[in-house]
Design a protein around this ligand. Structure first.
Ligand code: BG6
Length: 482
């Protein structure tokens, strides 16, 4: 699909996200011929670098990913840098002049900074008249740290950019398998008749990471797993599983349906948070074969009650999903990096098999988001061979890598170009963000009111044992894909 010539400005251009994700994603699009000649990528941050200094930094991080050096060199000719402090006047005239050199370009301002700076940056962009019709602003999550701060930020951005120019990114929506969920659910006649409380027993959504805090203590310790992952990524996945069929794939048709799901989430507050949620914080242990320090050690012993793990039982109070639990869990320093959605179906109503056939297991549809993207449908079959009728549970297994033999593009590749094309379908609308905070706020308040510290868990384990108890109390278990 054709992309118009654009200027993409990354505020926070020397940050972790820019270097690890955004620029590599743009580079891959460049290699695929998707960055039109004349387009400019402009990094902006406080560091006093020039174009050459910035390019040298990028060249190093791209080369570290095994990129072809010749292609990196030509790509970097389209990359520029301007030092700028959002809170100071200096530098803005020159920045505006640079952008003004190409009045015809689509303009994308990607705010990959702390949300506290969003207001200042947008005000300046407005002052310099850089918010015209072909300008777009991209806001990184989490937007604020609760509903009130999200509203303040959205109001401030809204003074400068219309909602139709505002792209609230949740990169999980750009992952191939998440989009594939739309194709699976709405492109096959097979699933939709079963996709409800009459046939689905429960849903699990797991986003497990092996990484710890890394260089992000300043941000993460103020956020924690509920704000960093659940309020956005996991809830968005839940919406994609649970929403009603939209009338079309137009941006508002999809987002209207997701919003209804968010608004139907059962409230979790002081009255029930201790039964429905578990929070944890990692301690020293072994991750990917290496001894790693605990979260408190990484904060140099500063006491912190920030959770690095959350498991919870969510419910959607509507006709389709009444009584179907959605178990969500996410954490850092878990044994493996894996993200998956498991839809567990109800058992057959009556078994015709003898006890000697072995137990009947649930049908499960497993959507593996990463690392090895794929779809598995666990079925019961007869164990082959003459030894009588014994049942066996095996998956119909579709691995994207095997089926298509191509590497899946990174989520940011798709989403960045969607912004340039002006397609907000896979971005969060303001009311979605608000509804998600309306659900998360009482959980955060309940945790604060309880005064309880998160439960410790060893790095390399699956989190506190209470998270196992959370699901086992209901007679269910976390899915193990084997
Ligand atoms: C980010 C979170 O949004 O998502 C990080 O801020 C997390 O804490 C990351 O590590 C996970 O993304 P992915 O694509 O690696 O699963």
């Amino acid at each position: 699909q054709k992309v118009d010539t654009f200027d993409l400005v990354i505020f926070g251009g020397t940050g972790d996200l820019a270097l690890r994700k955004l620029l590599p994603a743009l580079f891959h699009r460049y290699v695929d011929g998707q960055i039109p000649a004349g387009s400019r990528i402009i990094g902006v941050a406080r560091e006093p670098l020039d174009d050459a200094g910035y390019r040298a930094q990028l060249s190093e991080s791209l080369a570290g990913n095994g990129a072809d050096p010749a292609k990196v060199d030509t790509f970097l000719q389209q990359v520029f840098y301007r030092p700028l402090d959002a809170r100071k006047d200096e530098g803005w005239d020159a920045f505006a002049a640079l952008i003004g050199e190409q009045p015809e370009h689509i303009r994308v301002f990607y705010l990959s900074t702390s949300p506290e700076l969003f207001e200042d940056i947008c005000r300046r962009l407005g002052q310099y008249g850089l918010n015209g019709g072909h300008s777009r602003v991209v806001l990184e999550k989490p937007i604020g740290r609760d509903l009130a701060s999200a509203n303040r930020i959205n109001d401030a951005v809204g003074k400068v950019f219309a909602e139709s120019q505002t792209y609230r990114i949740d990169h999980y929506l750009g992952k191939e398998t998440v989009q594939n969920l739309l194709a699976l659910r709405f492109g096959n006649a097979l699933f939709e008749p079963l996709w409800n409380a009459s046939h689905i027993d429960h849903v699990q959504i797991t986003v497990a990471e092996t990484l710890g805090l890394g260089r992000r203590a300043g941000y993460y310790d103020r956020a924690g797993a509920l704000r960093d992952m659940v309020q956005n990524h996991l809830l968005q996945l839940l919406c994609m599983v649970a929403m009603e069929p939209p009338a079309s794939l137009t941006p508002d048709a999809v987002r209207d349906e997701k919003l209804k799901v968010l608004r139907s989430l059962k409230r979790i507050d002081e009255s029930n948070a201790s039964q429905l949620t578990v929070r944890g914080q990692y301690r020293a242990g072994v991750a990917e074969g290496q001894s790693v320090p605990g979260y408190p050690d990484e904060l140099n012993g500063t006491k912190s009650d920030t959770e690095t793990f959350v498991a919870l039982k969510a419910e959607i109070e509507n006709w389709r999903w009444a009584g179907v639990p959605f178990y969500l869990r996410t954490g850092k320093r878990l044994p493996e990096r894996v993200s998956e959605i498991v839809v567990a179906f109800k058992p057959v109503p009556h078994s015709i098999f003898d006890a000697s056939a072995g137990p009947l297991a649930q049908n499960r549809l497993v959507l593996r988001l990463q690392p090895d993207e794929g779809v598995k449908l666990w079925l019961t079959i007869k164990d082959p061979g003459p030894g009588g009728l014994r049942l066996r549970h095996v998956p119909l297994d579709m691995s994207f890598a095997e089926a298509f033999g191509v590497a899946q593009p990174d989520a940011y590749e798709r989403l960045l170009l969607d912004v340039v094309r002006g397609n907000p379908t896979l971005f969060m609308r303001r009311d979605e963000v608000e509804a998600a905070w309306r659900w998360a706020d009482p959980i955060l308040a309940a945790w604060a009111a309880s005064g309880e510290a998160p439960r410790p868990y060893a790095s390399g384990s699956w989190g506190p044992s209470a998270s196992v108890a959370l699901i086992e109390r209901d007679g269910r278990t976390w899915h193990e894909d084997s």
